[in-house]
Design a protein around this ligand. Structure first.
Ligand code: IMP
Ligand code: MG
Length: 174
């Protein structure tokens, strides 16, 4: 596998979109007690950049989910890092790198809802709606993608490429 010759989204295109998502969230959540729940590891860059663009106070927490998908997605998700803050009564915004089948996000949503928050929303930088296996929608989406595997800006292929500032399509090497 190799990276596409040119980025699918450059760092500056990403920064612009992240800033506008932050503006939208800052308006929608004004006056509420917000917890930004960053989904590790892929949401590391996105979460960090997004919260720096918010103009409302926000508490920050992390969750790390491990999906046992293998070839066929089972939807079994284990929480390697559960949230550390009490989410009860809080307005939780889940910050994800990418919504693919939706299985991970659904499990995270169920885990968060068990804590009885005042509200939960999913904010994902990327979305691949055509790949969805469960009925799940993000409320705040950065970019919609076709069925491409992308890396960079936090997203990996076998733990590689997370450090890249731009996002590339991973293509079969010829
Ligand atoms: P889902 O449970 O199928 O929605 O998968 C979500 C997770 O799979 C994401 O949080 C990513 O970690 C990973 N993933 C899905 N698509 C991609 C991709 O195109 N590039 C990198 N990681 C991806
Ligand atoms: Mg991954």
């Amino acid at each position: 596998m190799k990276l596409s010759n040119t980025p699918l989204y450059t760092a500056s295109q990403i920064q612009q979109r992240v800033a506008s998502l932050a503006t939208q969230l800052s308006q929608d959540y004004q006056g509420r007690e917000v917890v930004a729940l960053i989904v590790l590891k892929g949401g590391l860059h996105f979460g960090s950049d997004l919260i720096r663009n918010l103009t409302i106070p926000v508490a920050v927490d992390f969750i790390r989910a491990k999906s046992y998908d293998g070839a066929a997605s089972t939807g079994i998700v284990e929480f390697l890092i559960p949230p550390s803050l009490p989410l009860n009564g809080k307005h939780v915004v889940i910050l994800e790198d990418i919504l693919d089948t939706g299985l991970t996000a659904r499990a995270i949503l169920e885990r968060v809802q068990a804590d009885r928050p005042a509200s939960v929303a999913i904010c994902s930088l990327f979305d691949k709606p055509a790949r969805r296996k469960v009925d799940l929608e993000g409320q705040y989406i950065g970019f919609e993608l076709d069925d491409h595997f992308v890396v960079g800006y936090g997203m990996d292929y076998e733990e590689q490429y997370r450090e890249l500032p731009d996002v590339y399509v991973l293509e079969p090497s010829d």
